[in-house]
Design a protein. Structure first.
Lengths: 260, 72
């Protein structure tokens, strides 16, 4: 038995997907090789400890540390957002950017010709048979604005395939606590990312719920995995000592719109 | 209280791991990501995900055993 075998068998045991023959094989291996036995005890200790020490059971301070660490590593964990993907594609392939500019130019010329030859309806007849796609800006996702005392929050939800991004932006002068609540059957939190400042203060996460403290001009992106066809809606609440306000976030798709 | 203390110890050990280790453990055990999802999120093959997870569990387990945190 080599290390690869042990790794595969041990992984299967820990994940609970081992048949009887394999289980007997690993038991023989553990009883005959002290080295594997030691390694096995390490693996089992880690798995049991992780299973019994869920993130949501940690103190708020520890949760903040964990989430800050994950946020720092968010670039690696989080897939690029649709806009980052487009920017990266343009960076890698300048011809793509030129192509989009050209497509917009052609569309403008077609509309202009249409207008000169009989108005907008006629212009549509001249529209190219292919569909020119342009990205929707994040502003296309309908924002929810909440205002409590001196604290203001602008929140929006953008869906891109299996990912949904809840963007929270504090626009008021005062800090506030933002609570997001969703159906955990529809969405799972994947990562947090702070656009500015030392984000991550007062973070509390548990299945179906996220709480973050947002100070003035702070931006926080919560990346969520969409489990079904739709992320559904997310309930967003802004809490301050003066009171609280609640709204519902619905997804504005980052998919591209079509113009003819 | 004991449970919370254990949670604090585990999370403290987790924060001491390298980024690669922490990423796979959090994604797998706390965010319930599948191997395929982790592969996609991290941009590495599934075989590498499994291998990285194996090593991360081993390092975390060793640290916890040294600190007296053992499985229940």
């Amino acid at each position: 038995v080599n290390r690869d075998d042990f790794e595969r068998l041990a992984g299967s045991v820990l994940e609970g997907g081992l048949d009887t023959g394999e289980r007997e094989r690993i038991e023989r291996m553990l009883s005959s090789e002290p080295e594997w036995r030691e390694s096995w005890e390490d693996l089992r200790a880690a798995r049991e400890a992780l299973a019994s020490a869920r993130l949501e059971e940690a103190s708020a301070g520890r949760q903040s540390d964990i989430m800050r660490a994950i946020a720092r590593e968010g670039r690696a964990i989080r897939r690029p957002t649709w806009i980052e993907g487009i920017v990266a594609a343009f960076r890698a392939r300048p011809a793509l950017a030129n192509g989009v500019v050209l497509a917009i130019g052609v569309a403008a010329v077609v509309v202009a010709i249409g207008a000169l030859t009989g108005g907008f309806d006629a212009g549509r007849k001249f529209a190219p048979s292919t569909v020119a796609t342009v990205p929707v800006t994040p502003e296309a996702a309908a924002p929810v604005t909440l205002d409590v005392g001196g604290a203001q929050l602008e929140a929006r939800l953008i869906q891109e395939g299996p990912r949904a991004y809840a963007r929270l932006r504090a626009t008021g002068a005062e800090a506030g606590r933002v609570v997001l609540e969703w159906d955990q059957e529809n969405l799972k939190l994947v990562a947090l990312d702070w656009g500015a400042g030392d984000g991550g203060s007062g973070v509390e996460a548990r299945p179906g719920r996220l709480e973050v403290e947002l100070s003035s001009a702070h931006v926080c992106d919560a990346t969520l995995q969409v489990e079904g066809d739709s992320p559904g809606t997310i309930r967003v609440t802004l809490e301050t000592p003066s009171g609280h306000r609640t709204g519902m976030l619905s997804p504005g798709r980052a998919a591209r719109s079509s113009t003819r | 209280v004991v449970r919370r203390e254990t949670a604090e110890t585990v999370q403290s050990a987790l924060l001491e791991l390298g980024e690669d280790d922490r990423q796979v453990l959090v994604l797998r055990h706390w965010l319930d990501r599948s191997y395929a999802e982790m592969s996609e999120a991290l941009g590495i093959p599934e075989t590498t995900v499994k291998s990285r997870l194996f090593e991360a569990r081993q390092r975390l387990g060793r640290t916890l055993r040294h600190r007296g945190v053992t499985e229940s």
